[in-house]
Design a protein around this ligand. Structure first.
Ligand code: KIV
Length: 285
């Protein structure tokens, strides 16, 4: 792949003249799996955070329909629309220089099957500039994944605890325990055979995720699926502790508790105490 050579300032970021950014692509993710290099993914929903996550080295920015919960405040992902996904994905794409950007197809879009999903995916890629779409479901979505992949649209599969099935599951419940394990294996195999470039394994037992990871040639990206997956993804608001409505057991928090509340609290204090703005933040005549 041809490296993109950057000048010493790109979009305001200081960059050493010799630094070359090689964008993450589908073949690169496959190379990483073969080389045993872990893939790092975080969800992103806007330009500024996409930029920070990209700069921190995240390989795959996933514009998840989790935005229905962490951005919009719904209790599930179901209300999110295709227009909203395109809007957020376009913003994330503008913030990503190296990371690959993938957009979730929201609830309802995939029920129309083949051509309807293709139309939605084409809109997503054309209007946002991202590099792929993610859709939930295994065996039942295999034909659709095959159709998109045949037409060169990179598809990220998603099996296990698929949040769009929350009502059918009776809540956000771990899937694939005991006798249910084979169903998840079949789903993952079907997604891979249909041509998905990778698959998210969500909310399944770690040994099951390990077994699937060993069987598949495409990378597995785990969330609540143990450490043996080829990569890991977390919802950004969960890992930074910015969303407190539901905190799944698999989430690790990477910002000290109350960091944001404390920062805003200082601002409140300084405004009330006449400390902010100081002379250095004010304009002279
Ligand atoms: O919507 C989302 O953010 C997701 C990831 C957590 C996998 O589907």
């Amino acid at each position: 792949m041809k490296p993109v050579t950057l000048s010493n300032s790109v979009d305001g970021f200081p960059v050493a003249p010799s630094v070359a950014v090689v964008p993450v692509t589908v073949p690169e993710l496959h190379r990483m799996k073969r080389a045993g290099e872990r893939i790092v993914s975080v969800t992103a929903y806007d330009f500024s955070f996409a930029r920070l996550l990209d700069r921190a080295g995240v390989d795959l920015l996933l514009v998840g329909d989790s935005l229905g919960m962490v951005i919009q405040g719904h209790s599930t992902t179901l209300p999110v629309t295709l227009e909203q996904m395109i809007y957020h994905t376009a913003a994330v794409v503008r913030g990503a220089r190296r990371a690959m950007v993938v957009c979730d197809l929201p609830f309802g879009v995939c029920h129309g099957g083949g051509v309807a999903v293709m139309d939605a995916a084409v809109r997503v890629l054309k209007e946002s500039g991202c590099q792929g779409v993610k859709l939930e479901g295994g065996v039942r979505m295999a034909e659709t994944i095959r159709f998109l992949s045949t037409h060169q649209i990179p598809v990220l599969g998603h099996v296990g605890l698929t949040p769009q099935s929350v009502h059918a599951f009776g809540g956000f419940k771990v899937q694939g325990r005991g006798g249910d394990a084979e169903r998840i294996v079949e789903d993952a195999l079907a997604v891979a055979a249909a041509g998905a470039f990778a698959v998210v394994l969500e909310g399944i037992p770690a040994p099951l995720a390990q077994r699937i990871t060993e069987q598949l040639e495409i990378p597995t990206i785990g969330i609540g699926a143990g450490r043996q997956c080829d990569g890991q993804v977390l919802v950004m608001h969960d890992m930074l502790g910015l969303y407190e409505e539901v905190v799944p057991r698999f989430v690790k928090r990477y910002l000290p508790e109350n960091t944001v509340v404390q920062a805003v609290g200082r601002f409140v204090e300084e405004v009330r105490g006449g400390v902010f703005p100081g002379d250095e933040h004010a304009f002279s005549e």
